[in-house]
Design a binder for this molecule. Structure first.
Ligand code: SAM
Length: 225
């Protein structure tokens, strides 16, 4: 970011409140060693999603976009031993690193890594009448965000939380003329959220070790209630 000190503040906040334990540090190290891109959520933002999960007492979580399983470890801890996380990943190499990380973190038995295009996976979950999820984290290919939001609405009930990550894109989200497919997908999903009577939502921009970005947090509600 071009805000002086923003990264130092992020590092300070992370060190103070959400320091990584050995399993999370090792997960990042395995991801780096395997050549995965450095695009996992920041420790304090992953901790925020895990906190939201705990606040709603989430027992079932769906994650779209696994990468190396960094957020999946956070989410698996949030759902507890009896909980379940289903995480979707298109890249077989990413999925393999994630499985290893989840195993090493001791949470593999509560996390299912589903390999393949997330769009197919969510369609299958809807068709199979999957038990509803209490929290959905959307963090994969941004042009598909509208599809993932639609699926999330079918896979949740009132009271659930839907988080869409990376909605600011270094400020580019405010550019209505942008042709960037990720910006277009992000703007579209924000418009869908705004127009959706089944959702209450807000979005905030963030600065820190992952640059300038932001996330949307939605609560699923019953519009008739
Ligand atoms: N949530 C992860 C974390 O913070 O630790 C980061 C996920 S990373 C930002 C996005 C992931 O989505 C990548 O691993 C990428 O391979 C995956 N992905 C991209 N397109 C996808 C698709 N169509 N279906 C499933 N996964 C996809």
């Amino acid at each position: 970011t071009n805000i002086p000190g923003a990264e130092a503040v992020d590092r300070y906040l992370i060190e103070t409140l959400t320091p990584e334990d050995e399993a999370l540090t090792a997960a990042q190290e395995r991801a780096t060693a395997a050549g995965l891109p450095d695009i996992a959520m920041a420790p304090n933002q992953a901790a925020l999603v895990a906190l939201l999960a705990r606040m709603v007492g989430a027992r079932r979580i769906l994650e779209v976009g696994t990468l190396a399983g960094y957020t999946a470890i956070h989410l698996a801890r949030a759902v507890g031993e009896q909980g379940r996380v289903v995480t979707l990943e298109i890249d077989a190499a990413h999925a393999a690193v994630a499985r290893e990380n989840l195993r090493a973190a001791g949470v593999a038995e509560r996390v299912e890594v589903v390999e393949g295009p997330a769009r197919d996976a969510v369609t299958r979950l809807v068709e199979d009448g999957a038990e509803p999820f209490d929290l959905v984290l959307i963090d994969a290919d941004k042009p598909s965000n509208p599809d993932y939001l639609e699926a999330a609405l079918r896979l949740t009930r009132p009271g659930a939380v839907i988080v869409v990550d990376n909605v600011v894109r270094g400020g580019r989200v405010a550019d209505s003329a942008s042709q960037d497919a990720s910006v277009v997908g992000t703007r579209r999903v924000l418009e869908m959220v705004a127009a959706e009577p089944r959702l209450e939502a807000t979005a905030v921009q963030t600065v820190g070790i992952k640059g300038w970005d932001g996330l949307t947090v939605c609560r699923v509600v019953d519009p008739a209630a």
